[in-house]
Ligand binder design. Structure first.
Ligand code: NAP
Length: 486
């Protein structure tokens, strides 16, 4: 028999950076009656999933920590995945989040009951719970996407996706294929090249690669980082440097000219072979897809045991990969660094709001929300890193924190007013999205295929086009009249 449902003030879906930040904020606001439900057996979200060799964050570590909890323990300016996991574990422990975690449990359905103003939530282990507020922090990059290539499932060697890495599978001395040349591939190609007997990197579209201004953090750096004014100054420096980089996505700016020149010089310096250089030149405008920051991707491609394949893949056979020229290459392992199915998101979950309306239906023409946080008709439901909140230029944590504060303030407003629920007004959500889409239309992101876009019309549903401060201000200055309280 299934246990009777538990009742909570808040249920958080996902124990990644955003779920963790939400949990900490709830405790700091004096809301202790909450649980964090996470499908994986550990804390970390994307940092739990992405354990491929070489995984690290591509923004400087001082900006990849919460504003209230600097991380002075880093070994490098660009932190590796295990360091980030350790930081998250530290935060969870320090801020008392651990007892709230319900790991290895997947939420399978959530429905809002208008009469009680509560969410009824079901999990895959048969447990059920109810919550006044439901926080959905799945993140846009949680569902791995396998490439739609004929024969993929017939491959008889090792088949790996970067976001579901199995470190027990040996690549040492093997013939390895990597499909994809995005941010993930650029990180995993160098360490795989160092192990494999032979490595073929299948590139469908070349990407823009910029140098990564990485360096080791020495004992003196770590000692200084413990001094709050120093840590704050370093953080402020990186904040402004990356915000300046946002200008690089606009035509005709000095920042853009600088980034184009840096990318060209990087390619020229690292790839002396003119023919290879030509194949590595991106066909799309800089910034249209996520920029890659790497010092070792190009050098890895030039190693004698590594080849860059630019002939399109025709099919996969039990032994290897056949390209359009009819050439079959044989492999022991096939690594798919082919990204994520952003369309899945929360829309894949049966979430039903007012009148039994499904979120999947509400998002049929493309996901949309009020500043990525609330969807009209789904009261007391808050998204973290929801539609149009990804950033191509800075740390995603700078977006998570204001979202969390917005959600906590909204919850407190309901509690203080003695009401049952809060909902964003449909007209406010639509007006926001119309303005957003109009702004995105002529932007650099509209010019190529990428995970930022979705649906038949290729609407940009993932990306926030502006500066960070615009987003932070919009959430801080939310107009009460844009919300309905009942
Ligand atoms: P991605 O940017 O979507 O790249 C997927 C790659 O696979 C692309 O090169 C794509 O080619 C290729 N591909 C997909 N399907 C294919 C097919 N059927 N045949 C051949 N090639 C195919 O995915 P990602 O590299 O995993 O990165 C996703 C996002 O994760 C990044 O944009 C970034 O935001 C985030 N990320 C962050 C970090 C970090 O440091 N914080 C690290 C890694 C990733 P096309 O370009 O032609 O589609």
């Amino acid at each position: 028999m299934n246990p009777s449902p538990t009742s909570h003030e808040v249920v958080i879906l996902g124990a990644g950076m955003s779920g963790l930040c939400m949990a900490i904020a709830l405790r700091r606001a004096g809301i202790h009656d909450f649980i964090v439900v996470e499908k994986s057996p550990g804390l970390g979200g994307t940092w739990w999933d992405n354990r491929y060799p070489g995984a690290h964050v591509d923004v400087p570590a001082p900006l990849y920590s919460f504003s209230f909890e600097p991380n002075p323990r880093g070994r490098r300016r660009f932190a590796a995945a295990p360091e980030i996991q350790a930081y998250m574990a530290h935060c969870a422990h320090k801020y008392g989040v651990l007892p709230h975690l319900r790991l290895g449990r997947r939420i399978t359905a959530a429905g809002f009951d208008e009469s009680t103003g509560r969410w009824a939530i079901a999990c895959d282990d048969g447990t059920r719970c109810s919550a006044r507020f439901f926080v959905c922090s799945t993140g846009p990059l949680s569902q791995p996407r396998w490439p739609d290539i004929a024969g993929l499932h017939h491959f008889q060697g090792l088949r790996l996706h970067s976001a579901r890495w199995d470190a027990s599978l040996p690549l040492q001395g093997r013939r390895v294929a990597v499909i994809g040349t995005g941010s993930t591939a650029a990180q995993l190609v160098p360490p795989i090249a160092a192990q494999a007997a032979q490595l073929s990197v299948f590139q469908r579209t070349a990407n823009w690669v910029l140098p990564r201004p990485d360096r080791r953090y020495h004992a003196i750096d770590r000692a200084l980082a413990r001094l709050p004014p120093y840590a704050a100054a370093v953080r402020a420096f990186w904040y402004h440097a990356l915000e300046w980089g946002r200008r690089g996505f606009d035509e005709g700016t000095r920042a853009r000219r600088g980034m184009l020149a840096a990318a060209a010089a990087h390619l020229a310096r690292q790839v002396p072979d003119a023919a290879l250089r030509r194949r590595l030149r991106p066909p799309h405008a800089l910034g249209c897809k996520r920029l890659i920051y790497s010092n070792d991707f190009y050098p890895a491609l030039m190693q004698p045991q590594v080849e860059l394949v630019t002939d399109p893949i025709e099919r996969i056979t039990p032994q290897g990969v056949v390209t359009a020229d009819g050439h079959e290459r044989r492999f022991d392992a096939l690594v798919c660094a082919t990204g994520f199915d952003v369309a899945h998101l929360a829309a894949a979950l049966p979430i039903t709001g007012r009148g039994g309306r499904r979120l999947g239906d509400a998002w049929q023409g493309g996901a949309q929300a009020w500043h990525g946080t609330m969807v009209a008709g789904f009261p007391n439901l808050f998204f973290l890193l929801g539609p149009n909140t990804a950033t191509g230029h800075t740390s995603t944590l700078l977006y998570i924190e204001p979202e969390v504060h917005f959600a906590v303030r909204a919850m407190q407003r309901v509690q203080r007013a003695g009401r049952r629920w809060i909902d964003v007004r449909d007209e406010a959500m639509r007006a926001h999205n119309q303005a957003l889409q109009a702004r995105l239309q002529g932007s650099v992101w509209a010019g190529c295929r990428s995970w930022y876009r979705q649906g038949d019309d290729g609407r940009i549903v993932a990306l926030w086009p502006g500066f960070t401060r615009e987003y932070v201000r919009a959430l801080a200055r939310a107009r009460p009249e844009d919300f309905e309280l009942r």
